[in-house]
Design a protein around this ligand. Structure first.
Ligand SMILES: Cc1cc2nc3c(=O)[nH]c(=O)nc-3n(C[C@H](O)[C@H](O)[C@H](O)COP(=O)(O)OP(=O)(O)OC[C@H]3O[C@@H](n4cnc5c(N)ncnc54)[C@H](O)[C@@H]3O)c2cc1C
Length: 429
């Protein structure tokens, strides 16, 4: 018997793949719903995503979604969303999307354009425990770190690239460096293999956990409080005890640190050190006619050096259909993260006041928002910093005792990572 703790997307996928192989399993979930951080809210003609907004899917993941019967629910990102905007000198500027654009548009200075082409001649070199900033500054220069890397790291990891480890966050880049010296060469050589599409569903990303949960063996309202291990696991919740030979942890690291403290103290200690900065997700509905320019892109991100209040916004209604009526637009702003923790901790009224001031200026708004919704994540995204060196070592040791991890604080934060990890682990067990 295999016990799985947590019915977020990681636990559900692990359960799905074990079930497909005919392996006996059960899932214990603390709350009365499946999906964890994945929460989508439909309000009439509006669809709000409370955390994740899109899933970057390769062909294998798309095939899986077809197999489980979600083909008619799928939404592909609109073509315009291939264009991404970055705030530079107070204005949104398009990030180049091809080598030709890189040469012709004015986003990067000539010094940086030359540094990019020179990177293709980089020699193989791997430096242990390098941060993302150090890695990119070594390969390119500081302008790339400030205006290309930082906004994306803030957008995806809510993190500080000067703290996050490149080997833990972007292991693929370290592989490219090992293999080709140049990471650009790595991208060029692997372009066809790794083509991915940004997707969602008509009723939002929560469609996926809802669908998976329908056919799985899940015990709800079973918050795991303690685990004992004597050749077998005994899992205690408030009301019951469950036994299993193998255990998969998928709950957030700070929850796992609690219930593992007596049986796996080294792992629990390492997990307690993983930091999650706070984040507010703010949905803003506007009349389309009130926005000073057309929102033809994925969104506008704010490099920290630009000193803005928010980390930027996704232009949600430009990316996916069916998010709001055609004469309105929906923006999804992010406030907080590791580089702006204090912003997320302000009272909600102040957050909205400062955000609206910023939106009015940046989007040349002629009317106030029609509606706004603030979603609070006290602990948003685990940081892949130095703390992960100890936790990864403790996880490797725990595997000797049949305790496995399939969670977003180990080997990948994204939904696509969850799919790959769950499938791989189910095959391994
Ligand atoms: C604001 C934000 C935006 C994001 N945007 C994106 C995006 O656009 N694309 C993307 O790919 N990813 C995105 N992510 C990341 C992604 O949403 C998460 O990494 C993913 O949903 C985590 O899923 P999980 O199953 O690993 O963990 P969780 O969702 O945390 O699930 C864990 C489950 O364990 C349960 N649990 C906890 N403690 C116990 C216990 N003691 N006993 C039993 N059960 C327990 C919880 O209730 C929960 O259901 C975003 C995250 C945030 C916060």
């Amino acid at each position: 018997m295999i016990g799985i703790i947590g019915a977020g997307i990681s636990g559900l996928l692990a359960g799905h793949f074990l079930q497909k192989q005919g392996k006996p399993y059960f899932i214990l979930e603390a709350t009365n719903r499946a999906g964890g951080y994945l929460q989508s809210e439909r309000k009439g003609n509006y669809l709000f995503e409370k955390a994740a907004n899109s899933l970057l899917a390769d062909q294998e993941l798309l095939d899986f979604l077809h197999d489980i019967g979600l083909q008619d629910e799928l939404l592909y990102a609109n073509e315009v969303s291939k264009q991404r905007f970055i705030l530079k000198n107070g204005k949104y500027q398009a990030l180049p999307t091809s080598p030709l654009q890189l040469l012709t548009n004015k986003f990067f200075s000539w010094k940086t354009k030359i540094a990019i082409f020179k990177e293709l001649r980089n020699k193989n070199q791997v430096i242990d425990n390098e941060t993302i900033s150090q890695f990119f500054e070594r390969h390119f220069n500081k302008e790339i770190v400030d205006y290309a890397v930082t906004p994306f790291v803030t957008g995806i990891y809510a993190g500080n690239p000067a703290e996050l480890l490149v080997a833990k966050t972007f292991p693929q880049l370290v592989e490219y460096e090992k293999q080709y010296g140049s990471i650009l060469k790595g991208f060029i050589k692997n372009n066809k293999v790794s083509r991915k599409q940004s997707i969602n569903f008509r009723e939002g990303l929560e469609t996926l956990p809802r669908k998976l949960a329908e056919k799985l063996e899940i015990f709800y309202n079973q918050k795991v409080e303690n685990i004992t291990y004597k050749k077998k696991f005994s899992i205690q919740t408030q009301t019951q005890t469950f036994d299993c030979e193998k255990l998969i942890i998928t709950s957030p690291s700070f929850c796992a640190a609690e219930f593992l403290r007596l049986s796996f103290p080294t792992l629990a200690h390492a997990l307690a050190a993983i930091h999650y900065p706070p984040m507010k997700v703010v949905h803003t509905l506007l009349k389309k006619s009130a926005v000073g320019f057309e929102l033809n892109g994925f969104g506008g991100l704010h490099p920290a050096v630009e000193g803005k209040f928010s980390a930027g916004a996704l232009w949600t209604s430009s990316v996916f259909k069916h998010r709001c009526p055609d004469d309105e637009v929906l923006l999804t702003s992010f406030v907080g993260g590791q580089l702006a923790t204090t912003h997320a901790q302000l009272p909600e009224a102040i957050i909205l006041q400062r955000l609206n001031q910023e939106l009015t200026e940046l989007y040349q708004l002629s009317q106030p928002p029609l509606y706004q919704q603030v979603v609070n994540w006290d602990k948003a995204i685990p940081q892949y910093n130095q703390a992960l060196i100890a936790s990864d070592q403790a996880i490797a040791a725990a595997e000797q005792q049949q305790l496995y991890v399939c969670a977003n604080w180990h080997q990948g934060i994204s939904l696509a990572d969850a799919f790959k990890k769950a499938k791989g682990l189910a095959e391994r067990l």
